[in-house]
Design a protein around this ligand. Structure first.
Ligand SMILES: CC(=O)N[C@H]1[C@@H](OP(=O)(O)OP(=O)(O)OC[C@H]2O[C@@H](n3ccc(=O)[nH]c3=O)[C@H](O)[C@@H]2O)O[C@H](CO)[C@@H](O)[C@@H]1O
Ligand SMILES: C=C(OP(=O)(O)O)C(=O)O
Length: 427
């Protein structure tokens, strides 16, 4: 099995360019189904989730040519299936993003029910309620959801109970092909939703208000393929910012290739913790000259503090001079990483969806298990500043969302390697 081995204590310097955003690229790939023909996506991250979405599209009849490491030519001319099978949905929940586009393109979708995951139950009831309001009928059988829009979709007002990213995206992608006007009220406002709406508008859709709580969509008869560049990954950037805050040398490190406005609340909270973050065109410079200050953080939909940065922020706060409180409001099960950080010497008490973090002077390297994508990356980052060696296993989680993570850290001067070791459970 592969693990990531980190020798802590080496200062970081230099700069790194983040990849395209996972959470944007996956939805843009799904959206190509709406525009028969060849869409070129640029700045696509080379990560395992993108490979899974590629497999989903191929099952549906698309062909994908890898133009270069970060550009895909996706030809959806011959889409002949509307089924996202269990083995792919089980690998990656974001496969459910093909539901809206399939309804728009084929009038039908058969999607394996995603089930729970390490972060919690992760229901899709809001996707279904919203699509039902557009006229889609649903049936479930043998673990599959059957969605039928062959009678046509009609625009209407959908009020989401919670600003769900996935529900907003599926509703936008279905309603671009509905008859008349759809209004999504209490829509999610994440930058990745704006990227999706921008590409759909380039394809000929009529969407206004993406990035605000009210998105209005006027249905159109057809969409055409385009060339589109995926936005930079704000969460990958945030992860490197934490690495810099912990271990950059006196000159600091630069993190480029993303829009710092997409990390507004993260930058604000980190500045309150005593981290110096200077905005540059297309990135930031990070360094720290004082001991980390404690902070209160609660995760919220954008523009609030992203849940996808919660674990990384906990690493910082675990070394603060005082007690921090982090409240997780988005996923019920996203503190699993904390018990691994405790194995490295952190002092964390979890009470329901609150974490009380009493700062300690340092971490000690340990063998830890990556519980999920961001938790795994955060453990590697903690290892950078730990005393001695940290070994992080179950790194397939990290591979889902970080391209060349080890190489980028090595480029910063970190002593990190990916090594293949025998599985201790094998004889
Ligand atoms: C691939 C992708 O883009 N993933 C992101 C997306 O996930 P995702 O789109 O799954 O996140 P949502 O915003 O939909 O989910 C937020 C919360 O709402 C709940 N919920 C959601 C839909 C629904 O129909 N019913 C329901 O109860 C979920 O269980 C969760 O507790 O947004 C999350 C919140 O910013 C990020 O952490 C994920 O990285
Ligand atoms: C939770 C995440 O992704 P997903 O929704 O794909 O599980 C994430 O990117 O941190």
């Amino acid at each position: 099995m592969d693990i990531i081995r980190v020798e802590g204590g080496h200062r970081l310097h230099g700069s790194v360019h983040v990849s395209g955003a996972k959470n944007s690229a996956l939805k843009l790939m799904a959206a190509t189904l709406l525009a028969p023909g060849k869409t070129i996506l640029e700045n696509v991250p080379n990560i395992s989730d993108v490979h899974v979405m590629g497999k989903v599209l191929k099952r549906l009849g698309a062909t994908i040519d890898v133009v270069d490491e970060h550009s895909l030519a996706i030809d959806t001319t011959n889409v002949h299936s509307w089924e996202a099978p269990y083995e792919l949905v089980a690998k990656m929940r974001a496969s459910t993003a093909v539901m809206g586009p399939l309804l728009g393109r084929c009038g039908r979708a058969k999607i394996a029910m995603p089930g729970g995951c390490n972060l919690g139950a992760r229901k899709i009831d809001m996707h279904i309620l919203g699509l039902e309001a557009l006229g889609v009928t649903f049936d479930t059988d043998h673990g599959y959801i059957y969605a039928d829009a062959t009678g046509g979709m009609r625009g209407t007002t959908v009020t989401l109970e919670f600003a769900s990213v996935g529900a907003t995206e599926n509703l936008i992608m279905a309603s671009v092909r509905a008859k008349g006007a759809t209004v999504i009220d209490n829509a999610a406002r994440e930058p990745e939703i704006v990227d999706l709406a921008n590409m759909l508008n380039e394809m000929g859709a009529k969407i206004v208000g993406a990035g605000s709580p009210v998105v209005q969509i006027e249905g159109v008869d057809e969409l055409h393929p385009v060339t589109h560049r995926v936005i930079g990954d704000r969460i990958e950037a945030g992860t490197f910012i934490v690495a810099g805050a912990l271990q950059a040398d006196d000159d600091g490190i630069e993190v480029n290739g993303f829009n710092a406005n997409h990390l507004g609340m993260v930058i604000k909270k980190f500045e309150l913790m005593g981290i110096q973050i200077d905005r540059l065109g297309g990135g930031v410079r990070v360094h720290r000259a004082e001991r980390i200050k404690p902070v209160d953080i609660q995760t919220l939909p954008f523009p609030g503090f992203p849940t996808d940065m919660q674990a990384q922020a906990m690493v910082l706060s675990a070394l603060a001079e005082g007690t921090s409180v982090i409240t997780e409001n988005i996923f019920e099960n996203r503190f699993m990483f904390a018990s691994e950080l405790v194995r490295m010497g952190a002092d964390i008490r979890i009470e329901s969806h609150h974490a009380m973090i009493h700062g300690v002077p340092g971490f000690s390297g340990a063998q830890v298990v990556s519980p999920d994508l961001r938790g795994g990356a955060a453990l590697v980052v903690a290892g950078l500043v730990a005393d001695g060696r940290t070994e992080v296993s179950a790194i397939h989680h990290i591979d889902r969302g970080y391209e060349h993570f080890v190489e980028k850290l090595v480029h910063f001067g970190a002593h990190v390697e990916r090594v293949n070791v025998p599985d201790p459970l094998d004889d």
